[in-house]
Design a protein around this ligand. Structure first.
Ligand code: SAM
Length: 292
C-alpha cells in the first residue's frame, strides 16, 4: 500500500467503481459526515477520486477503501477525502436579497434586544462556512450596522467547516475577484487590502471571527460550542439525508438561545424537521425563530 506509484501504475487507467465498492465508500462517507452520495452521483466519486488512486498507486476503489480504513495515513487521507467530496461553492454577500431580510429583520431584532437588556454580546455560529466568505460577510455587515459603536460590543462569530483545507484558506483571509463578485466596490475599498495574490480581509473584520474544523456529525464537539443568538447554515443541509438533517437541525435548536434565529439557504426547507421553530416569512426569505 505504498503511496509512491510505479510508472506502470501511473499510466494505467483507474477501473470504474463497482457497485460494492461504491456502497462501501458511500456508507463510510455517510457514517463519518452525514453526507449522502446518492446512487445517481456515483460518477462523482469516480471523477473526484480517480486521480488520487493513481497518485497512491492503488489498483481500484476497493484498495482505496482499505487505505482509508486501515492505512497509518488514514487520518490525513480522510482530510483529503473530505475536501474532494464536499462542494465548497461560496462567495462574499451570497444571496444579497436574503441577507437584506436577515439584516433588517433578524440582526436588528437581536441587536436591539441585547442593547435593551444592557448585554452587548452577540454570538453567531456559521456552520459549514467553506473558505470563510460567509462569516466575514456577517462580520462586515455588523461593522456597517454598528459603525463606531461596535467597540462597545462583544461579538463572536464562530465559523466551522468539515474541510481542513477550507479552514486554512478562511484563516488566511485572502480572496480573488471571483469570491468578491457580489461585493459592492465601496465595501471592498473599506474592508479589504489589495495584495499581489488578491484582497486580504481587514484585521478588524478578521478579529470578529474564530474558525475551526468541525464535523456537523460530531455531536460531542457540537455540544461544546458556545450558545448562539443566531445560527447561520446556508447551502449545507442539502447534502444530507433526512436523518442527518433532523440530527443537525436538532443540534442547532439546542445550541440556540431562547428566541434565537436559524437562517438556512433560500432553497432549503425545515418543514419536515423543525417542530419547534416558528417560520417568519418575509419578502426575500424565511427566517426561523426558536420559540421562547
Ligand atoms: C456549498 S458550501 C456552503 C458555504 C456557505 N455556507 C455558503 O452558503 O456560501 C457547503 C459547505 O458545507 C461543508 N460541509 C458539508 N458537510 C459538512 C459536515 N458534516 N460538517 C461540517 N461542514 C460540512 C462543506 O465542506 C462545504 O464547505
Amino acid at each position: 500500500m505504498s503511496p509512491i506509484p510505479s510508472q506502470s501504475m501511473s499510466l494505467r487507467k483507474t477501473p470504474p467503481i463497482t457497485d460494492s465498492e461504491f456502497h462501501a465508500l458511500r456508507d463510510f462517507i455517510y457514517k463519518l459526515t452525514g453526507i449522502d452520495v446518492p446512487e445517481r452521483r456515483k460518477y462523482l466519486l469516480e471523477t473526484r477520486l480517480g486521480a488520487r488512486l493513481k497518485t497512491l498507486g492503488l489498483k481500484n476503489f476497493g484498495e482505496y477503501y482499505k487505505y482509508l480504513t486501515l492505512s497509518p495515513e488514514r487520518k490525513k487521507e480522510l482530510d483529503f477525502l473530505f475536501e474532494k467530496i464536499t462542494t465548497n461553492e461560496t462567495s462574499f454577500f451570497r444571496d444579497i436579497k436574503q441577507l437584506g431580510v436577515f439584516k433588517t429583520f433578524v440582526l436588528k431584532n437581536v441587536l436591539d434586544a441585547q442593547a435593551k437588556s444592557n448585554n452587548k454580546q452577540l454570538n453567531l455560529w456559521c456552520a459549514g462556512c467553506s473558505s470563510g466568505e460567509e462569516p466575514y460577510t456577517l462580520a462586515i455587515m455588523l461593522h456597517e450596522i454598528l459603525k463606531m459603536s461596535i467597540i462597545g460590543w462583544k461579538i463572536n462569530i464562530f465559523a466551522n467547516d468539515l474541510s481542513p483545507a477550507m479552514i486554512t484558506k478562511a484563516k488566511r483571509g485572502v480572496y480573488n475577484d471571483y469570491s468578491l463578485r457580489n461585493t459592492p466596490k465601496e465595501i471592498i475599498a473599506k474592508y479589504f487590502m489589495p495584495q499581489p495574490e488578491g484582497f486580504k480581509v481587514h484585521p478588524k473584520v478578521q478579529k470578529l471571527v474564530t474558525f475551526q474544523v468541525l464535523n456537523l456529525n460530531d455531536s460531542l464537539a457540537i455540544k461544546r460550542i458556545q450558545k448562539s443568538h443566531i445560527v447561520f447554515c446556508r447551502n449545507v443541509i442539502i447534502y444530507f439525508d433526512d436523518d442527518m438533517k433532523r440530527k443537525v437541525v436538532n443540534h442547532f435548536y439546542d445550541n440556540l438561545l431562547p428566541e434565537g434565529y436559524l437562517v438556512i439557504g433560500h432553497s432549503e426547507s425545515l418543514h419536515k424537521y423543525a417542530r419547534f421553530f416558528i417560520p417568519q416569512a418575509k419578502p426575500g426569505g424565511i427566517m426561523y425563530q426558536k420559540a421562547k
